[in-house]
Design a binder for this molecule. Structure first.
Ligand SMILES: Nc1ncnc2c1ncn2[C@@H]1O[C@H](COP(=O)(O)OP(=O)(O)OP(=O)(O)O)[C@@H](O)[C@H]1O
Ligand SMILES: [Mg+2]
Length: 855
């Protein structure tokens, strides 16, 4: 590994020795974009059915010309698609090589929508749904292009929901991912905003075959079709349309995609352009390297690092090279080896590179001075931006990168794919064809290059396979069948489907249906309905009418069928540790990887003497499941230093919150067993508060006082007992800050629970009066720290692990100040003591006590 001292010491001798990459070419060769001399924008003839409107169109042109300010001509592919995209409203699919300007087709479709819609374009809504990285890229460009026309663009890729609806209210173009749009449209029947969408743009439509993401895209398309059918039935006169426009660089069976995107009666049109229309010609090279049978993937990957310098020297033509690596570590190692092995410094402007390198926060990345940078999701955002910029400007000759998605923005003259294997959920598998094409697609910078090279480095044994792959592409199949059960359930809950006929209609609207007719053996489906009913998620009666039951929860919390199945098997005796283990095993975490460099910090956490990990795992940390389980440590309020781990922690919390809520509802619903119900309540609370239930850091939950934890003011009572001025002194703040903090603590609800046995003994049951009191109700009338949705759950269990009583006490208790109820307690076989628990939805305000019943 290179350290920063190495960099500084060796700079002078390294520079200028043998520069193999230099800055952008000074003169530009004629671009093949213009060779075909396609029509310029101003001269595009109107098609026949638009003849009468030709005049008004020409005025419209002036208006929309600004969208295409970047270039003087439409290229060949765009010119070919123009008639279909701009002059008809038919659904449309294009397959054209990477870098052939397909984004313009989406822009033209938006313009068509504007042309069709009378101004003001208040209710115009178009949705663009590609992968996340493309969203941001397009967002930046479309803001500039469509903003001046008065259109608002909105990027929606986060995890929130409530505000999103507010945000899209005034947006005309919504840039989102299929996943996000899936969650947004789950309540489409209640939301008229979603029913305004008239144009749905699908970039990289080959994603439909992706095993995890493809199914989501399919159901989203089907749902948009259902939205359209619904609004047409509500308002048949309005003649509303819903247009789908899709594009990809790799669809051998494009007619199937066109069939899928066709509307009833109107066939979608398509454009199929082969590689010969690639504006930057691409040379594809596949290199095989020896790998002995007992060599691990890891070692093989490592060995490739040492071949890299040579490959770059041979194929880069002294222009920017991008190296795709399968792991973060791999990207870092390659960069370090390259920086030692070769001299990648351009002669003219290394000053700029030095300047960039000096602004980099991560010292390891300072090896940028040697002309090599690396880039992955674990690199801090500001560093990543700097590196991307330096690379795009041609200042950084070589960049190694981990993520494909992150490479989207980064065209290079040479693309090298270092090894065709990647790590997915802890195991090694080959890149998908779509992934490879995406990576290869980064080769060629249309502004500077007329040719480009992509090199695939693989094992000798797999060389032929990749040679073949480069020369043809695999048919796109649906991947909906493998997730059909979850999606079918969601649509039933959404009421898109309420009987078997509707289920069949829905299936007919999918890509799965199109492909299943052509390739039936590839797919197998009523089986899924049976799976759902087998664990009680839906009810099917004799006439096979379908009704959702627990399936509602599955859809509401968006969890996988396997996770539901796992929780349906809860025995009832589970304690907190068992439940955490169960949550850690959920399918939702299957993409969390255990990285080599994380094992050590995780093992340290697991053995931590301060007991941040309340339930240590036996043995060494070996699986990603164990890693997820160690989320416990974070609940113990320690700060995790490792950046990658922190990122995963955030993700684990997001999913964990959902799953723990689900387990809370599931166990409550079935009253499985006192222990499981109580602990799932506690666990859900811990996830919500991001703290252990009995954590000494409960005060962290109050927004203003995070800093106090460091000063030892960890509990509410300590804060309450401290004088306001003293608090200010400790925190170095001005009055009335201290008083404000004390106020918020004083105004937290404080409960008490009392039980009283009522006279009259029967031997088998006893009558108990339970009361919950809000001790400080008077204080809370004027002001309350707890929000309106704050609630407490009262749960009583007996020594046979039976739930005797369970009730959620919400807002009404906060308002009325007290609650009481007479309950019957049947005699348990194992003892007469009952456990009484009041668990609050957040804050450390719980009460847990015992009560002995007399019979
Ligand atoms: N008519 C044109 N003249 C000149 N440059 C163009 C033209 N159309 C697009 N470009 C440029 O070509 C580059 C590639 O365009 P774009 O990203 O739309 O390609 P793509 O077909 O979507 O590729 P991919 O399959 O990799 O997503 C962009 O930099 C774009 O500005
Ligand atoms: Mg594109």
């Amino acid at each position: 590994m290179l350290d920063s001292n190495d960099c500084i010491l060796s700079l002078d001798s390294l520079f200028f020795e043998k520069p193999i990459v230099h800055k952008k070419p000074l003169h530009q060769e004629p671009s093949p974009w213009q060779l075909e001399a396609p029509p310029s924008l101003a001269h595009i003839p109107a098609t026949q059915d638009m003849q009468e409107e030709a005049e008004s169109l020409s005025t419209l042109y002036v208006r929309f010309r600004s969208v295409f300010n970047e270039f003087p001509f439409f290229n060949y592919v765009q010119s070919k698609a123009l008639d279909d995209v701009l002059y008809t409203s038919k659904n449309f699919v294009a397959c054209a090589p990477t870098g052939s300007g397909k984004t313009v087709l989406f822009e033209l479709a938006i313009i068509r929508l504007l042309m069709e819609t009378p101004e003001p374009w208040k209710d115009v809504k178009a949705v663009y749904a590609p992968i996340k990285a493309l969203c941001s890229q397009c967002f930046e460009s479309w803001k500039k292009k469509f903003g001046p026309l008065g259109l608002n663009c909105k990027e929606l890729t986060g995890d929130t929901e409530i505000d999103d609806f507010f945000e899209i209210q005034d947006s005309h173009i919504i840039l989102t991912t299929p996943e996000k749009w899936d969650s947004m449209t789950r309540k489409w029947k209640d939301n008229c905003l979603l029913q305004l969408v008239r144009l749905f743009l699908i970039d990289e439509v080959h994603v439909v075959k992706d095993t995890t993401r493809g199914a989501t895209l399919e159901v989203v398309v089907s749902r948009m079709k259902a939205v359209h059918t619904y609004r047409t039935s509500q308002n048949p006169e309005a003649g509303l349309s819903m247009r789908f426009v899709a594009a990809s660089a790799t669809i051998p069976n494009i007619s199937d995609i066109a069939d899928w995107l066709s509307n009833e009666g109107v066939q979608a049109t398509y454009l199929d352009m082969d590689e010969s229309h690639r504006p930057v010609k691409l040379r594809k090279v596949v290199l095989g390297f020896p790998c002995s049978p007992n060599q691990t993937e890891f070692k093989f990957d490592l060995s490739l690092n040492y071949k890299m310098a040579n490959i770059i020297q041979t194929y880069s033509d002294q222009k920017p090279a991008l190296v795709f690596c399968s792991t973060r570590k791999g990207a870092q190692q390659s960069a370090a080896v390259l920086a030692k092995d070769a001299r990648f410094i351009m002669s003219i402007d290394h000053k700029q590179l030095m300047k960039n390198a000096n602004s980099i926060l991560d010292t390891k990345l300072r090896l940028m001075m040697l002309g090599v940078g690396y880039h992955h999701a674990g690199v801090a955002l500001s560093d990543r931006k700097l590196i991307e910029e330096a690379f795009t400007l041609g200042d950084l000759p070589v960049l190694t990168t981990r993520t494909l998605a992150m490479g989207v923005n980064l065209p290079a003259h040479l693309v090298v794919i270092k090894s065709t294997m990647q790590y997915v959920s802890g195991s090694c598998e080959e890149y998908s064809e779509a992934d490879l094409l995406q990576m290869i697609g980064r080769a060629g910078r249309p502004q500077f290059d007329t040719s480009a090279t992509a090199v695939i480095m693989t094992k000798i044994q797999t060389r032929d396979k990749y040679m073949q792959l480069m020369n043809g592409a695999e048919i796109i199949e649906s991947s909906l069948h493998s997730h059909l059960v979850e999606h079918l359930n969601a649509e039933i809950v959404l009421q898109t489907i309420s009987d078997v006929n509707m289920a069949l209609d829905w299936i007919r609207s999918t890509f799965l249906y199109i492909r299943a007719l052509k390739n039936p053996t590839h797919y197998l489906c009523l089986k899924n309905l049976n799976s759902l009913s087998s664990i009680g998620l839906i009810d099917m009666d004799e006439d096979i009418n379908i009704k959702p039951t627990a399936g509602r929860l599955m859809a509401r919390y968006c969890v996988a069928f396997d996770t539901m199945k796992q929780f349906s098997e809860v025995a009832g005796t589970e304690n907190l540790s068992d439940l955490i283990e169960l949550v850690s095993k959920s399918r939702e975490f299957s993409d969390i990887q255990l990285r080599m460099n994380e094992k050590r910090p995780l093992n340290t956490l697991n053995r931590d003497k301060n007991r941040v990990t309340i339930f240590p795992i036996e043995g060494k940390i070996k699986t990603s499941e164990m890693k997820v389980n160690l989320i416990q440590a974070q609940l113990g309020s320690i700060s995790i230093q490792e950046f990658g781990l922190t990122q995963d922690t955030a993700k684990i919390f997001r999913n964990g919150m959902r799953i723990s809520r689900l387990s809370e509802f599931l166990t409550q619903r079935s009253k499985t067993g006192f222990s499981a119900v109580l602990n799932s309540l506690i666990l859900a609370k811990c996830f919500r508060a991001k703290l252990w239930e009995n954590s000494p850091y409960v005060s962290k939950q109050l927004d203003k006082i995070t800093a106090m934890v460091n000063s030892g003011l960890t509990t509410f009572s300590k804060i309450e007992q401290t004088n306001g001025r003293e608090l200010e002194l400790i925190l170095n703040r001005h009055p009335p800050f201290g008083n404000q903090i004390r106020e918020s603590v004083i105004h937290l609800p404080k409960y008490e629970v009392t039980l009283e046995q009522l006279p009259g003994y029967s031997g088998a049951t006893a009558e108990i009066m339970v009361r919950v009191n809000l001790k400080n109700q008077a204080q809370l009338l004027s002001k309350r720290t707890a929000r309106d949705h704050h609630y407490v759950s009262l749960i009583i269990g007996d020594s046979d692990n039976t739930v005797v009583f369970l009730q959620k006490l919400d807002f009404m208790l906060l308002k009325c100040g007290s609650w009481s109820k007479k309950i019957d307690v049947a005699k348990a076989s194992k003892g007469e003591e009952i456990s009484v628990n009041l668990i609050s939805s957040e804050y450390g305000l719980d009460i847990q006590q015992k009560f002995t019943v007399h019979y």
